[in-house]
Ligand binder design. Structure first.
Ligand SMILES: [Cu+2]
Length: 146
């Protein structure tokens, strides 16, 4: 009897130990904390939409919408968050050249993009409404991935 008891107990402890480990693995808030930390450790880039306005000597109005800042440096292969807040201009539909990324930034609203660039290079963020000088642009920002 003594021998059987001695043999059974280690298995019982092992079983309880495994259950405890599984429980901790599944329900330990630290595991979620890590996930939360990963999300918060994403590199966040912030932009706003701006506007330059002036008048020529003859009274002609000049206007240019802008992404501000106009150049962003983005680490290659890393998940990043790009937040764009609409300040000037009613709305700015945009594309990121060379990618499938499209969207719209509206006045008073934040547009959040989760991006990852795996190829180095300079990508142009272009507002399709204000892409050229003639259309109150050029509203183009340069996303430099390296
Ligand atoms: Cu625009």
């Amino acid at each position: 009897m003594k021998i059987i008891t001695a043999r059974k107990k280690p298995f019982l402890f092992l079983f309880i130990g495994l259950l405890t480990a599984l429980g901790l693995y599944l329900f330990n808030p630290l595991a979620q904390e890590t996930m939360t930390a990963d999300e918060s450790e994403r590199f966040v880039l912030n932009m706003v939409t701006g506007e330059f306005k002036s008048e020529t000597e003859s009274g002609e109005e000049l206007e240019s919408y802008r992404w501000d800042p106009g150049t962003l440096v983005i680490p290659k292969g890393e998940p990043v968050t790009l937040s764009i807040f609409g300040v000037n201009g009613k709305e700015h539909p945009f594309i990121i050249e060379g990618t499938d990324v499209t969207g719209t930034v509206k006045k008073g609203e934040e547009t959040v993009l989760h991006l990852q660039f795996n190829e180095p290079g300079t990508y142009r963020l272009i507002c399709t409404t204000h892409a050229t000088i003639e259309n109150n642009g050029p509203m183009i920002a340069y996303l430099v991935v390296k």
